[in-house]
Design a protein around this ligand. Structure first.
Ligand code: 5GP
Length: 183
């Protein structure tokens, strides 16, 4: 295993976070990168633990000073990975995992071609649609918007090194482990 930087992306609602948590529980030596964001902390989230929470001005300042390895806008907020943070982890010899959106993942690959990009996909668009409708929490327009976003992400995922289908949690975690250990 000589690759050190792994990027995990996946459309929201596919259980990406659960797969990743399963992996991290079993592989505690991996570092999960802490991103910067302009969104407000959710209850229970702490600065420097879940994210580095920045003001819009602070974030813009980091962009202007070329501090980010990648950054992207997602649902009205900005998210970015600091170069310094990643380089420090790599210099310390740590394996590092970035959990970022597909746009950001492709930016990382451009700058660090040795990064391994892994996409966590829903079993099928139909299954995802059924799940969204089953929740009865979103209206039709929102469901269509979400499905379109997923289609765009699936298109971008074609440039990823690997797609893991999350049809069964245990199997998906095992596949992620195998993929990372064999990379
Ligand atoms: P949330 O606000 O739910 O924590 O995250 C929303 C989205 O932002 C998720 O898809 C997550 O993967 C993505 N994200 C989190 N950190 C970063 C980052 O540093 N860069 C990019 N490009 N996306 C990120």
């Amino acid at each position: 295993m000589n690759k050190k930087l792994y990027v995990i992306s996946g459309s929201s609602g596919v259980g990406k976070g659960t797969v990743l948590k399963g992996f991290m529980d079993r592989n505690p030596s991996f570092m999960l990168s802490i991103s910067c964001t302009t969104r407000a902390p959710r209850p229970g989230e702490a600065d420097g633990v879940n994210y580095f929470f920045l003001s819009k001005e602070e974030f813009q300042n980091c962009i202007d000073n070329d501090k980010f390895l990648e950054w992207a806008e997602f649902a009205g907020n900005r998210y970015g990975t600091k170069k310094k943070y990643i380089n420090q982890c790599l210099a310390d010899g740590k394996d590092i995992i970035l959990e970022i959106d597909t746009k950001g993942a492709l930016q990382v690959k451009k700058q660090m071609p040795e990064a391994v990009l892994i996409f966590i996909a829903p079993p099928s668009l139909e299954a995802l649609e059924a799940r969204l409708r089953g929740r009865h929490t979103e209206d039709e327009a929102t469901i269509q918007k979400r499905l379109n976003e997923v289609k765009v992400e699936l298109e971008r995922a074609k440039s990823f090194d690997k797609t893991i289908i999350n049809d069964d949690l245990e199997r998906a975690i095992a596949e992620l482990e195998a993929e990372i250990k064999n990379a």
